[in-house]
Write a protein that binds this ligand. Structure first.
Ligand SMILES: C[S@@+](CC[C@H](N)C(=O)[O-])C[C@H]1O[C@@H](n2cnc3c(N)ncnc32)[C@H](O)[C@@H]1O
Length: 220
């Protein structure tokens, strides 16, 4: 884990792996086609007016801002531990006049009551967490979802494809990215108490293989 978060209660890996690289995040993300990946995730979430959405690990805010723009009737919140990324997100939202609530915090301990959201989105965040962190984050996502609410995950995927994709190649040199390639997100979703976890999309990308997963919070 990166040591740049000494001032926080938990260490975390920032968006580009290091704070110094954060100013490049939006440009790199655009060049790698992440905007269209975000668009696909938002379409899958089938957001309706009045719904409350949370993005965990919102970083510089691109996905949360996209949801808020496409669904102005929804209430959108983004949370991330990185104050520098959140400052960028806030500036963009203010410039565009897009109302998003930005909170600082960790996916493993969300500062929201039970059943507070209709949708939770996670984009390219889970691979920043270790195995325990992933399950803890998914459990928290389930807790803050209303019964029947849905979680939509986009993340690095694939049966170890280190020869394909920029991120996959970098992963071989960046230990924090390891693990995702072997990880089975549906199994993690089930372990976290979600029902009907399913892979709902997969793209082979310049970025490397990515997969989309959907799961529902139980109706209990
Ligand atoms: C690759 S960026 C993705 C940002 C955004 N979701 C997107 O799709 O552009 C990963 C983000 O996860 C955040 N992150 C790392 N550890 C986290 C944690 N424990 N809880 C929530 N977010 C975390 C990082 O700060 C970073 O902003």
């Amino acid at each position: 884990m990166n040591a740049t978060a000494e001032e926080h209660r938990r260490p975390y890996v920032p968006g580009m792996g290091h704070d110094r690289l954060l100013p490049l995040y939006d440009t790199v993300s655009r060049l790698l086609g992440v905007t269209s990946m975000h668009r696909q995730l938002v379409d899958q979430a089938a957001v309706r007016p009045g719904q409350r959405l949370l993005e965990i690990g919102c970083g510089t805010g691109n996905l949360a801002l996209l949801v808020a723009r496409l669904h102005p009737g929804a209430e959108v919140t983004g949370i991330d531990p990185d104050p520098r990324a959140l400052a960028r997100a806030r500036r963009k939202a203010a410039r565009r006049g897009t109302p998003v609530r930005w909170d600082r915090g960790f996916a493993q301990e969300l500062p929201y009551p039970d059943a507070a959201f209709d949708r939770v989105l996670s984009s390219l965040m889970l691979h920043h967490l270790d195995a325990d962190g992933r399950v803890a984050a998914l459990r928290e996502a389930r807790r803050v979802l209303r019964p029947g609410g849905t979680l939509h995950v986009l993340d690095l995927a694939g049966a170890a494809a280190p020869s394909r994709g920029l991120v996959a190649r970098l992963a071989h040199r960046r230990p924090h990215l390891h693990g995702t390639f072997e990880e089975r997100i549906p199994a993690l979703l089930a372990e976290a108490g979600f029902v009907d976890p399913a892979e709902v999309g997969r793209r082979d990308h310049l970025f490397g293989p990515v997969a989309y997963h959907l799961a529902a919070a139980p109706m209990v």
